[in-house]
Design a protein around this ligand. Structure first.
Ligand code: TXA
Ligand code: MG
Length: 344
C-alpha cells in the first residue's frame, strides 16, 4: 500500500490545513485509517462506530485484540453521550482539562462497538486540544478511535516522519501537522470506581488531578502499590525502542563500561545533571549523546524524539539517566520502566 503524507502546514498554501483535514475526514467517513497529530503523540484514527474500520487499526499496528482503544471526540457533551454514566468526577475533570491530554475511562454506552473496548464494560474517552485533531473529528462528524500511530509495543511517534517510519506501507494516509508538543501519551484516569484511579501517568500530573477532584488512587489494576501502572492489554514491555534501554544513576560511567565491551551506546541525560557535566568535561558530545533540559516538562516533548534519533543511529543500547523520584517525573519514570522491561 502506498502511504500518502499530506503537509497541513505548507507556508506557500494557506489552505493546506483545510485541504488535508477535508481529505482525512472523507477517508474516515469511508472507513479508512488516517494518522493525525494530537497534542500528545500522533494517533492512528478510524471511525469509532465502524467495527470493520477499527479492526484495520489492530491489523496495521499488530496490536493484540485485548488492548482497547481511546475514542477521541470534539466536546465533553460528545464524550458524555458515548458513556453510560457520567459521574461528578468526570464532569469536574472534563471541565478542568478538556480539551487536553487527559483520557477518562467511563462505563461504556451502547453505541460503542465491542472491538473498541476489547469487549470490556468501559470506554476510554478524550477531547484532544490539537487543532488538526479537533478539525478532523469535526469535519468527519464521527468519534475517532485512535491508538498511537506506531507498531504495537514501540516508541510512540511525535513527528509525521516517525509514523511513516513505523507504519509506512501499512496505512494509506498521514496528516503532517508538525511536532506533537506534549510528547508523551495522555494521562488516563478511570472514573468508574468510588475514587478516581490513575491508570497511566501523563502530561497532567497526579497533583493537578487531585487539586480538581481530591484523592486519586495510584494503584494500577494489578493492585501492586507503586508497581507498574497497567492498562488492560498492556504488556509490561511497551513504549520500547529497538535498542536495549537501561536506566542508570551514573549514565556516563555505564556508557563507558558498555562501550569498553564493544557495544554501540547512546545516552540520554539531563542538562545540569552529573552525566551531562561529565560529558561536557570529556568534550565528546556527538549525536549519540542527547542532553535534555533539566525538568520533566521539558523532557516530555523531547524524550521520544531522542529515543527515535538514537534508534535511527543504530545503537545497541540506550542508557538514560535515572529521573528524580518526584511526582512531576512520574510519566517519564513510567515510560522508561516499561521501555526497559524484558520482552515477555
Ligand atoms: O495521548 C494518547 O492517549 C494517544 C493519543 C493518540 O490520543 N493515544 C494513545 O493510545 O496513547 P494507545 O492505544 O497507544 O494507548 C491507550 C491506552 C492503552 O494502554 C489501553 O490499554 C488503554 O489506553 N485503554 C484504552 N481503553 C481502555 C479502557 N476502557 N480501560 C482502561 N484502559 C484503556
Ligand atoms: Mg501506544
Amino acid at each position: 500500500m502506498k502511504t500518502i503524507v499530506r503537509d497541513a502546514a505548507q507556508s506557500d498554501n494557506p489552505n493546506a490545513l483545510d485541504l488535508a483535514v477535508e481529505e482525512g475526514a472523507r477517508r474516515i467517513q469511508r472507513g479508512e485509517l488516517v494518522a493525525f497529530p494530537t497534542e500528545t503523540v500522533y494517533g492512528l484514527g478510524a471511525d469509532a462506530l465502524n467495527a470493520t474500520a477499527v479492526a484495520a487499526i489492530f491489523q496495521a499496528k499488530g496490536r493484540p485484540p485485548q488492548n482497547p482503544l481511546i475514542v477521541h471526540v470534539d466536546s465533553s457533551a460528545s464524550a458524555e453521550a458515548l458513556a453510560a454514566l457520567w459521574p461528578p468526577a468526570a464532569r469536574r475533570l472534563a471541565e478542568a482539562f478538556w480539551p487536553g491530554p487527559l483520557t477518562l475511562v467511563a462505563h461504556r454506552g451502547a453505541l460503542i462497538p465491542d472491538i473498541v473496548t476489547a469487549g470490556g464494560p468501559t470506554v476510554a474517552l478524550r477531547v484532544p486540544s490539537h487543532p488538526v485533531a479537533h478539525a478532523l473529528i469535526r469535519a468527519s462528524g464521527r468519534p475517532i478511535a485512535a491508538p498511537s500511530a506506531n507498531l504495537s509495543g514501540s516508541v510512540s511517534p511525535t513527528l509525521a516522519a516517525h509514523v511513516l517510519e513505523s507504519l509506512g506501507g501499512r496505512i494509506p494516509f498521514i496528516i503532517d501537522g508538525g511536532p506533537a508538543y506534549n510528547g508523551v501519551e495522555s494521562t488516563i484516569v478511570d472514573i468508574t470506581g468510588t475514587l478516581p484511579r490513575l491508570l497511566r501517568p501523563g502530561p497532567i500530573s497526579i497533583g493537578r488531578l487531585q487539586e480538581e477532584v481530591g484523592p486519586v488512587e495510584r494503584l494500577g489494576p494489578t493492585g501492586a502499590p507503586d508497581g507498574p501502572l497497567r492498562s488492560p492489554g498492556l504488556m509490561s514491555r511497551h513504549y520500547a525502542p529497538r535498542a536495549r534501554l537501561e536506566v542508570s544513576a551514573e549514565p556516563q560511567r555505564r556508557m563507558e563500561e558498555l562501550r569498553a565491551r564493544g557495544e554501540r551506546v547512546g545516552i540520554i541525560c539531563s542538562a545540569g545533571g552529573t552525566g551531562a557535566q561529565e560529558l561536557a568535561s570529556t568534550g565528546s558530545a556527538d549525536a549519540l549523546e542527547q542532553i535534555l533540559p533539566g525538568n520533566a516538562e521539558d523532557w516530555e516533548p523531547m524524550l521520544y524524539i531522542a529515543l527515535h534519533a538514537l534508534d535511527a543511529a543504530g545503537v545497541d543500547v540506550i542508557v538514560v539517566e535515572r529521573p528524580p523520584d518526584s511526582d512531576s517525573w512520574m510519566a517519564i519514570r513510567d515510560r522508561l520502566t516499561r521501555a526497559s522491561a524484558p520482552a515477555d
